[in-house]
Design a protein around this ligand. Structure first.
Ligand code: NAP
Length: 281
């Protein structure tokens, strides 16, 4: 293997230390950073995510509360809780764990979060500001990708960047952030023709598709930097990325592992956004 493996766990630990110091500083000014996490239903994976988010927050000195609602909760009750948290001056960040049960309208719920408390960065106002190049909160996974690219030391200005996946959660904001960083960006999706050729032209590849090892190692341009957002649980329980890691690492100059790459940075960026919300309050 020739690529440098970008250690998201180590970088996240560093970010958490920085956040803890900022929490101490803002507390000294009389503000106790507080994150409210809303969990609807009893999906085991969502429950694990919520538990880890509140645990991370508390480790940095951020107060974190989870608000659990039953799976059959009405849209009105959920909106009322979000409105209550939105109006509470002691709450700086609100996160509604997605996906919500199918009978609920998640777009409406996200839009009900006051944008200055939207630490997940999913409110249209916040995504719009990212598009304008004047972000308030950047969504956690895209921000994690950018931090990992910074760790790789890659020169983004003028680089050819290929983003695979155009979700509002990951692909689109990553493409916007790369554009703001002066990369020349190609945004690919399921209708893209000749994906292998497009990827082969990239100095920077960000894969956020959700298909295990769809991006073959042989597609990677020698020396490219590869950020693998994919998180695909295999039948044997193993977590696999969207990129064929071993073969890609033979060609790339730097690559993120799965697990231990983007995942820990996503968690760390939520903490950063939460302390930022408290600092601004
Ligand atoms: P998503 O909403 O399902 O979007 C997937 C995107 O991939 C869509 O834009 C889709 O295109 C595109 N796509 C699907 N098949 C393709 C193909 N054969 N060729 C090219 N593009 C294709 O997924 P997401 O929420 O963005 O998540 C993507 C992956 O990242 C998942 O594995 C998810 O678990 C992972 N993830 C990880 C983290 C983390 O913290 N590590 C955070 C978020 C997500 P169309 O638009 O044409 O359908």
């Amino acid at each position: 293997m020739s690529a440098r493996v970008l250690d998201g766990k180590a970088l996240a630990a560093q970010v958490k230390q920085e956040v803890a110091a900022r929490v101490t500083a803002v507390k000294a000014k009389g503000v106790a950073p507080c994150l409210a996490v809303v969990l609807v239903g009893d999906d085991p994976a969502s429950a694990v995510y919520v538990k880890s988010k509140t645990k991370d927050a508390r480790e940095c000195g951020i107060e974190a509360f989870d608000h659990r609602l039953p799976a059959d909760v009405s849209q009105a009750t959920l909106l009322a809780l979000v409105a209550k948290l939105g109006a509470d001056p002691a709450v700086h960040g609100i996160l509604v764990q997605l996906p919500l049960p199918r009978h609920l309208d998640s777009d409406q719920v996200i839009e009900a979060i006051p944008p200055h408390k939207d630490v997940d960065g999913l409110h249209p106002d916040n995504l719009g500001r990212v598009a304008q190049g004047r972000p308030r909160f950047v969504a956690c996974t895209p921000q994690g990708c950018m931090r990992l690219l910074a760790l790789a030391g890659v020169q983004l200005a003028g680089a050819n960047a290929v983003v695979l996946g155009r979700s509002v959660l990951v692909g689109k904001p990553v493409a916007l952030l790369l554009t703001s960083a002066n990369a020349t960006v190609t945004l690919c999706h399921s209708k893209t023709r000749n994906l292998a050729e497009v990827v082969a032209s990239a100095d920077v590849v960000v894969a956020a598709i959700g298909k295990a090892e769809l991006v073959r190692g042989s597609w990677i341009k020698p020396g490219a930097v590869v950020i693998d957002v994919g998180s695909n649980r295999m039948p044997d329980g193993k977590l696999i990325g969207d990129v064929e890691f071993a073969a890609a690492a033979e060609r790339a100059s730097a690559i993120t592992p799965v697990p231990g790459g983007v995942g820990p940075m996503t968690r760390a960026c939520l903490l950063e956004n939460t302390v930022l919300a408290a600092e601004r309050s």
